[in-house]
Design a protein around this ligand. Structure first.
Ligand code: PEP
Length: 260
């Protein structure tokens, strides 16, 4: 049986008041549509809004995550937030290597590996985001891109560390565009990722299998068909997580699938 994770990435949206209202609306909606134990929901507000959202998540048994962390553990890195800080404020998850960070902030493989290493050494679960650009896909470089992004991490981590990593497959061309991968395209990529992790010695059997989330224009309408794919274990939701109703639609789609 799958253990779904539905993660709402609010990106650089919501001021503190707006964040509180959004979290309350989501918590309220979930109280009317209780999730089965196989469906975990987690919110990823901007750093400044984590303190207001954290107690709401705790009370409603939702997960909480940060959208990024520093590649260094502490020190003279003005403007950065460490994994230790993320853990201390109550986060169970941290996104690492989101395509917006890779592209806009030029995060390189070395930094992404450092962040993952720091996270697996803490209690925070890293969600490693990978995905090909439109150019990669159109020039038949999707698989080599995914393989390279995985190898940066999984050829280095020890098996017990690798087991702690969640992977999010997010084709860059699908993020924030309204054009999701089709369920078949997403399944093909997830199956490739799982086989490659297996090849790298990360067990993909039963409850030990890596959770691989799909991200890229997921919404209440397309979620069910995506989540029904055998290798899709959840969703990383951007735009649709900013509206309680749309996000709840994704959550209830996961609940329906888990009851099948
Ligand atoms: C994301 O931010 O990771 C994302 C997938 O965004 P969107 O759902 O808006 O495409």
């Amino acid at each position: 049986m799958k253990h779904f994770l539905i993660a709402g990435n609010w990106k650089m949206n919501t001021t503190v008041d707006v964040a509180a209202v959004l979290a309350i609306d989501i918590v309220h909606g979930l109280s009317e549509h209780p999730m089965p134990p196989e469906v975990e929901i987690a919110l990823f507000p901007p750093f400044t809004n984590i303190p207001i959202v954290a107690p709401l998540c705790r009370a409603a048994q939702l997960g909480l995550g940060a959208q990024n962390c520093s590649h260094e553990p502490y020190g003279a890195f003005t403007g950065e937030i460490s994994v230790e800080m993320v853990e201390a404020i109550g986060c169970q998850y941290v996104l690492i290597g989101h395509s917006e960070r890779r592209q806009i902030y030029r995060e390189n493989n070395e930094w992404i590996l450092s962040k993952i290493k720091l996270a697996v050494a803490s209690k925070v679960t890293p969600i490693l985001c990978i995905g090909e650009t439109l150019d990669h896909r159109q020039t038949n470089r999707t698989w080599i891109t995914l393989q390279d992004q995985l190898d940066v991490i999984f050829t280095v981590l020890k098996p017990e560390q690798a087991r702690r990593v969640v992977v999010a497959y997010e084709p860059v061309w699908a993020i924030g565009t309204g054009v999701s991968a089709t369920p078949e395209e997403a399944q093909e990529a997830h199956s490739f990722i799982r086989k490659h992790l297996d090849y790298r010695g990360v067990t993909q059997v039963g409850n030990d299998r890596t959770r691989i989330l799909y991200g890229g224009s997921v919404n209440a309408e397309n979620a069910e068909a995506l989540l029904a794919q055998p290798d899709i274990d959840g969703a990383l939701v951007g735009g649709a997580s900013l509206k309680a109703e749309a996000f709840l639609g994704v959550c209830t789609a996961a609940a329906r699938i888990s009851n099948l």
